[in-house]
Design a protein. Structure first.
Length: 607
């Protein structure tokens, strides 16, 4: 019975090889077009996508029952894996041991032929550096603005285990970027580490427009217990703060420096706050440029208010920042996105109007399509579209509603936007990136044409040493990934970043786990390094305490070639923790084994 089962399985594996051969022939032009050192990887990518265009789950189960490989680990070398299975099945079925020969493609292939994992390791080192031992996965860290001013912070990040410094071109500017890069290079040299610099191009910004600013006030209030008694008085700096004395207290400027210089600890200050309520402030510290005060009642400070000292001296409060305004929207409300980016008043009732930063949305969007605002906190459906506005129906905003704020992301997961991933600003920054960085991360990439556009810009600049990483953050980018990889392989070194924040919003949170796995598998087949990004150890980096869920998530990231941390006050602690987690996972697992159902996202390549 086992010989009959083996013979049946053999026929099905041979049929699968026929699918692979047909896909190779259809994609020969694409394979020939990649850089020579990537051609075997491109060939394996075509093979893998061909196999994944079929549903082989039943075959997997039958192979497993025969004690053979179930094809769940074939990514790095598809045809070699299939041919080994053919030989084993021939032996079990009693057939002659003669594995079929795959026809040649008539194109030059890179030599020597290496095992897939070895090729992936070579590509990982070329793109992300040598690493620092203990685990194969590199650690990328997003730089805060402080990295431009604080070389000791950068050095501590390198010492803790950072392998790649990520600089986001959506923030700061060339002067700050240069300082950050200088600090990275100096720290790497001092600590004898191979640390790369990656710079993110911002791509097209699809965000909500401005809201008119609120009043210029600063509110402080004490901490009270359950009975209403003050446990901790409210604190505030008048004038210039001294972080060594209190780094958390808010700051209100004072117009007259001489007034703050004349204050003494223990002194009582009086004022009428923005509501006209009389308040007394007690001076805790007087540093000259600044005065730290406390109060046991809530106080609303406002620009121009006068504070009177015990000696009768008057101090005038300076300009305060405006309070950020928002609009609370609820299920069933109407939100109107407008082409006009003039600041809108903060309304309290539906309909709510707010600008949309991307003009193409007003020509490409269609009624019935989904719109997610602020990382999906507000989920809407388009009712109508015209050249000046898009009317949305709010489908989900939480049980208590959600705040509609300015400068928040808008996702159009159902809309094919007719825009280039490279903006005019990106093109302006590219010469700087090419001169100073090791890697350019391309945001919002969704098509082969987007990749070709970037490579053409780099060709024009004349820098072939700058490596390229494709950020997959949209459904369109995910679906086009195989052809985008073939295009990117025309370049020297390439990688993929799974930008899981936007991707989760676009694809749906319930589908994210599936999508990120599929990207890992596909890139392993292409021998392309993957960066596992977004919200890794986020709570630890921001608050100093990790959650159990995010530790598990960080551990899962060891299957990628690099794991990215975002900035935060405790980022050095997060680097050390991630370094430890990745080191512990190294001995437990590498990549994975999985069942291969048919993938509808990717069809056969070529043709």
């Amino acid at each position: 019975m086992s010989s009959e089962a083996a013979a049946d399985a053999l026929d099905r594996v041979l049929a699968l090889l026929d699918v692979v051969v047909a896909a190779r022939r259809a994609a020969v032009a694409e394979i020939a077009g990649v850089r020579l050192r990537h051609r075997r990887s491109a060939l394996n990518l075509v093979d893998y996508v061909a196999v994944r265009s079929q549903d082989v789950r039943e075959l997997q189960r039958d192979l497993s029952a025969l004690g053979l490989s179930s094809l769940g680990r074939m990514e790095a070398g598809v045809t070699a894996h299939l041919l080994n299975v053919v030989r084993a099945l021939q032996a079990l079925a009693g057939r002659p041991l003669a594995a079929p020969e795959l026809p040649g493609l008539g194109i030059e292939l890179d030599e020597p032929s290496r095992p897939g994992p070895e090729t992936l390791g070579r590509n990982t080192t070329a793109l992300l550096g040598t690493g620092h031992g203990g685990h194969h996965a590199r650690i990328m860290v997003t730089f805060p603005s402080e990295a431009a001013r604080d070389r000791r912070l950068v050095e501590s990040m390198v010492r803790a285990g950072m392998d790649v410094a990520r600089i986001n071109c959506a923030h700061d500017g060339p002067e700050q970027w240069s300082a950050m890069i200088d600090h990275v290079r100096a720290a790497a040299q001092k600590l004898d580490r191979d640390v790369r610099v990656a710079m993110d191009l911002a791509g097209p910004k699809l965000r909500t427009g401005p809201i008119e600013p609120g009043p210029r006030v600063e509110k402080i209030k004490p901490v009270r217990d359950a009975t209403g008694h003050v446990v901790v008085p409210a604190r505030l700096w008048l004038g210039e703060p001294d972080p060594a004395l209190d780094d958390d207290a808010p700051v209100v400027p004072v117009v007259e420096p001489a007034w703050t210089a004349g204050r003494t600890p223990g002194e009582r200050l009086r004022l009428k706050d923005a509501r006209g309520s009389g308040r007394t402030l007690r001076v805790l510290e007087a540093t000259g440029p600044g005065v730290l005060v406390e109060c046991s009642k809530t106080v609303y400070f406002a620009t121009g208010l006068v504070v009177e000292a015990e000696d009768g001296a008057l101090g005038t409060l300076g300009e305060l920042p405006a309070v950020e305004q928002s609009m609370r929207v609820r299920n069933g409300d109407t939100v109107v996105l407008t082409r006009d980016l003039t600041p809108v008043p903060a309304r309290g009732t539906s309909p709510f109007r707010i600008g949309c930063s991307l003009p193409q949305a007003f020509t490409d969007a269609r009624p019935g399509q989904a719109v997610w605002i602020d990382d999906g906190k507000i989920r809407c459906r388009i009712r109508s579209v015209d050249p000046e506005q898009i009317e949305l129906e709010v489908l989900a905003a939480g049980p208590d509603g959600a705040k509609l704020r300015a400068e928040k992301g808008i996702n159009l997961p159902d809309t094919a936007l007719s825009i280039s991933a490279l903006t005019a600003e990106d093109r302006e920054y590219l010469p700087f990136v090419a001169e100073h960085a090791d890697i350019v991360n391309m945001s919002f990439v969704r098509s082969r044409e987007d990749v070709a556009d970037l490579l053409a810009e780099l060709e024009a600049i004349g820098n072939h040493a700058l490596d390229v990483t494709l950020k997959i953050e949209t459904v369109g980018g995910f679906e086009a990934l195989p052809v985008m990889l073939l295009e990117a392989m025309r370049w020297e070194d390439v990688g993929v970043m799974i930008a899981r924040g936007d991707l989760a919003v676009e694809a749906g949170f319930e589908r994210l786990a599936e999508v990120q796995e599929e990207i890992l598998w596909l890139c392993e087949a292409a021998h392309v390094p993957v960066i596992w990004a977004t919200q890794v150890l986020e709570s630890l980096a921001k608050s100093g305490l990790p959650s159990r869920a995010e530790v598990t998530d960080a551990a899962a990231g060891h299957r990628a070639e690099c794991v990215m941390l975002n900035k935060g006050p405790f980022v050095v602690d997060a680097i050390e923790a991630l370094d430890d987690i990745l080191g512990r996972m190294e001995g437990h697992a590498h990549k994975k084994s999985d069942m291969l159902r048919r993938l509808n996202a990717w069809g056969p390549l070529g043709g």
